[in-house]
Ligand binder design. Sequence first.
Ligand code: NMX
Ligand code: MLT
Length: 429
Amino acid sequence: MELLKKNVNKRKEILGGEITDILKNHADTTIGEIKVKQLLGGMRGMTSLVCNTSFVDPYKGLFISEYSIPEFEDRLPEEIFYLLCAGKFPDHDEMAELREEINARSKLPKFMWSFIRSLPKKMHPMTLFSMCILAMEGRSVFKQNYGTPEMTKAQYWEYTLEDSLNLLSKLPTIAAAIYRIHLLGKQPIDYSPRLDWSNNLAQMLGVNSERSFSELLRLYLVLHCDHEGGNVSAFTSRVVNSALSNIYYAASAGLNGLAGPLHGLANQVCLQFIQGIHAQLGDSPTTDDITAYINNELENGRVIPGYGHAVLRITDPRFSAFMEFGNKYCPNSAYLQTVKKLYYVVPNILKDYKGGKVANPYPNVDAISGSLLYHYGIKKYSFYTVLFGLSRVLGFCAQSVLALGLNQPIIRPKSVTNKWLKDTLEKQE
Ligand code: NMX
Ligand code: MLT
């Protein structure tokens, strides 16, 4: 892992130097104000974190380093992990080193196989996935070495990188085992050192051997990797790691946040939503019928899954990337047709809904991803968020490696009570 370590170290030196300068010159400079509605409204739009892996521009979407989605969407997930950590794509030798490291660490400990098989069949795959990661926590080299004279604070990031590679290398095998053992009732398929991370996943799932299926999984694992620092799962993972809980604890915690319907579970809910539309309106509903369906959902107080975003104020470029894929490889899929009709109908309805209260009426990544997975034969939709999570752990790991490398402290914001708020506001009147 010498090359990767060297590159992360280089980046850490540059970012660390910038932080030193910023603190030296501006430690007490005010960079914004906090409105009461932000304090009471989920901290929306409140600048309160520094995360150097990626950035979300409300009007342009995700950037990793200086690369926008069209500039990195053709890469492999391994290359994206490199980019998140080191701020650059790996060259030939660096990629070869990473591939070798991943292969060398890919074997699941024996106890994990009996653990996976012993878990209750009715558990949600996200629960299984999170538990599997947690079950390997005792293997953390960060944990094993913490407090020993060999491990200094300046090395926390290296131990975390070591843990991250150990964890990431095993995740495709775990995810595929959950799908096959728990959702299909079949035997797992072996990991192949000849294949990369996403091709291995495609092979180990064993549902489809088309080239475009592994291409979809590659794209899927690239697009979901990171979305700056404030989304529920990444933020949770980082907070947990900031207490020096190792990356296994942190990744499991982040995934538990991803499992909520307002966050990662939305991809499962979106597929169920489309199936609900087809069950009621047939496989080729008209836009008028869909309009009536959506209005009825909203009148009954339900959110339209796959629409809206806390930061984005445009159609999610990840949605557009998947749409491009769908138009190329499966334009006639009935679900994709309905995704398109929803895209035509929903933004116009949401723009006027609740007096224009919906900050972003456009689709996010979850509005389309499940329809593509379903088309290629991943029909057990409770698995979709596991795929989101498998990719997002790349981001969790990179964020914690960098944050520890930059010596970021434990995260502990101040909370206040209604009384404190009322007293403070009264004093200002
Ligand atoms: N359908 C109906 N109402 C909505 C929607 C929607 N898709 N999006 C926002 N609203 C409502 C929201 O419930 C809120 O109403 P109220 O004040 O009565 O509680 C109001 O509009 C203002 O919310 P926003 O400020 O627009 O959104 P916020 O930043 O709070 O939340 C989401 C963002 C993504 C949680 C929200 O848009 C949502 O619930 N969307 C549907 C679920 C979804 O697609 N989640 C996936 C997000 C992406 N991901 O992968 O994590
Ligand atoms: C994500 O990818 O994490 C979602 O789009 C949610 C977010 O960014 O808040």
